[in-house]
Design a binder for this molecule. Structure first.
Ligand SMILES: [Fe+2]
Length: 237
């Protein structure tokens, strides 16, 4: 059984996860307000205190900007370096982890722009989308019978109607993954409950992850994979 806890949009709040020692932690991005050196040092301290064996890193726009809203390549480097330390290998998106009957793919949807107007927008990019499809194809080729669990995680919302928050290539992404993968999780929207934001397209389930920015106020999303059954629910914190 795999239990995953999805932590999204904390924006500098670093929660106590000691009640979930056996969960995998999926950091869904925007774990800080801006990606300066000092803030990354705080983030690293929190990561070092976590006892969970598996931590997954999904980059957000705020993790990738310095001093406010502007994209900063140094922040990208700091994120990738931390991810490398915790996953144990050179880290590059799309990141894929194949477990027993389970493939987890992490995407980078940060729009690498220097325009403050599209800072909060997202972009996966053609190259990353192509590589993702290749990874799924390779994984499926090894499965007999066909597996039933491919999960994709990204920070940006493929359905957001607000153009300032838009995932620019959402149409291509949805067309690529709908009917092919089982689950897509995303953050960025700061919703309160995942249940309201569930969509199913051609058998692919899309879930938005609630933002967690203070203790006790909101809930975290938990996903339990157990012998082919998948359960998505909320954990009170
Ligand atoms: Fe965001």
């Amino acid at each position: 059984m795999i239990k995953r806890l999805f932590i999204a949009d904390t924006h500098g709040y670093y929660p106590d996860l000691s009640a979930f020692p056996n969960h995998e932690i999926v950091l869904m991005g925007d774990m800080m307000e801006h990606g300066s050196v000092a803030v990354y040092a705080q983030f690293e301290k929190w990561l070092c205190r976590l006892s969970q064996k598996k931590i997954h890193f999904v980059r957000g726009n705020h993790d990738s900007g310095q001093y406010g809203n502007l994209y900063n390549p140094n922040s990208i480097i700091m994120w990738d370096n931390l991810a490398k330390v915790f996953v144990g290998h050179t880290f590059k998106y799309p990141w894929a982890e194949a477990g027993k009957n389970d493939l987890l793919i992490l995407l980078d949807s940060v729009c690498k722009t220097h325009s403050p107007h599209d800072f909060a927008q997202g972009l996966i990019g053609r190259e990353q989308q192509t590589e993702t499809l290749r990874m799924i194809g390779l994984y499926e080729a090894k499965q007999a019978p066909k597996h039933e669990r491919v999960t994709i995680c990204l920070h940006h919302d493929p359905f957001n109607s607000d153009t300032t928050l838009l995932l620019k290539d959402a149409g291509e992404f949805i067309a690529n993954v709908a009917g092919l993968v089982n689950y897509v999780f995303y953050g960025h929207t700061h919703i309160d409950t995942v249940v309201d934001a569930h969509r199913c397209i051609d058998g692919t389930h899309f879930f938005a992850c609630p933002a967690v920015q203070e203790p006790g106020a909101k809930t975290w999303e938990q996903v339990i994979y157990d012998n082919g059954n998948v359960e998505v629910n909320l954990m009170k914190v």
